[in-house]
Design a protein around this ligand. Structure first.
Ligand code: AMP
Length: 307
């Protein structure tokens, strides 16, 4: 089953304690798409400017990602600058040049509208809702958001949350959205806003999925998946989107949503996030093989297995 992602395709300028890169291909839809492409067919809806050339396009083409939904506008591609210190779970934004992203109006090619799996990456919740509306037949809708929308555009976000099945956010965002500093209580409040399940990402410590009572016909007990303790994290950018790509990509590949597939999807999410941070930008995600992914999946199993 194929998957459609709408979100940012960007150039990122990133500094971390391991070095720096300038105008490296990034963006939430890029990380998500590359990650999900190891599990299923991916279509990207996004906007880029005139500085997005054959070199960038080739990265998507190599992974067989469908770019018919990629709009090209006059002007420059979205450019984000960020920096990490010792705390790799927190990015400091140096600049956000929206450029062509500022007037982004997602337009779905007619043939895209029947795509069964949809991921609404971190964009204006009004745009997320608009895409969701055009995709009425979607079987599973995942979504992301960030502090900016939670604090400044809450009403719009609350409307969008009603039409998202699985929301994937980090601890800080979950506490902020739920208005509650205790995580399980925050999760309960977020689930009351609409999503059937909430995946809370704990950065280098893994992720937990919480379920709304009765959702997907499974028990409501939460489930936690690990991440791999790595010797060196070069660049945490895109870890969350790569997690989401592995999570949704695996579910789409199985086309069955139950406790077992959701648990495995959490593991595949962690696996893809752990690959993403090993090199700057999307470099590691561009050159993976399915064998490497499954090998690491086994390591994750070992990490948590109890006889
Ligand atoms: P993550 O580290 O998973 O939260 O995602 C990082 C990616 O999000 C980077 O590649 C950025 O280009 C992109 N990004 C940063 N700020 C924004 C924003 N305001 N809207 C959309 N995408 C963004």
């Amino acid at each position: 089953m194929s998957i459609l992602v709408v979100g940012s395709v960007a150039f990122d300028s990133i500094k971390s304690l391991s070095g720096s890169v300038e105008k490296e291909l990034g963006g939430a839809a890029t990380y998500f798409g590359l990650s999900a492409s190891y599990f299923t067919d991916v279509k990207v809806v996004a906007v880029v400017g005139e500085d997005f050339g054959p070199e960038q396009e080739a990265v998507f083409k190599k992974r067989n990602i469908d770019l018919k939904g990629l709009q090209r506008s006059s002007g420059k591609t979205f450019h984000w600058g960020g920096e990490y210190g010792e705390n790799l779970n927190e990015a400091k934004t140096n600049f956000t040049h929206l450029n062509v992203f500022e007037s982004f109006k997602p337009e779905l090619p007619a043939e895209y509208r029947q795509t069964p799996y949809l991921f609404l990456a971190n964009i204006d919740p009004r745009l997320q809702a608009e895409v969701r509306r055009q995709m009425n037949g979607a079987k599973l809708v995942g979504g992301d958001t960030m502090n900016y929308w939670i604090t400044g555009h809450r009403e719009n976000l609350l409307q969008t949350l009603k039409v998202i099945d699985v929301l994937l956010i980090n601890d800080t965002e979950a506490k902020m959205l739920g208005g509650e500093s205790n995580l399980p209580r925050a999760a309960k409040r977020v689930l009351a806003m609409g999503p059937k399940a909430l995946v809370i990402k704990h950065g280098e410590y893994g992720a937990t999925i919480f379920f709304r009572e009765g959702a997907f016909g499974i028990g409501r007990h939460p489930f936690r998946a690990p991440t791999l303790p790595l010797d060196e994290v070069k660049d945490p950018t895109g870890a969350g989107d790569s997690f989401a790509g592995g999570f949704m990509g695996y579910l789409a590949s199985q086309n069955a949503i139950n406790r077992e597939t959701l648990k495995r999807a959490m593991f595949y999410g962690g696996v893809m996030g752990s690959f993403a941070v090993e090199r700057f930008g999307t470099r590691r995600l561009q050159e993976l093989t399915r064998d490497e992914i499954d090998e690491r999946f086994q390591i994750f199993r070992e990490l948590t297995h109890l006889e």
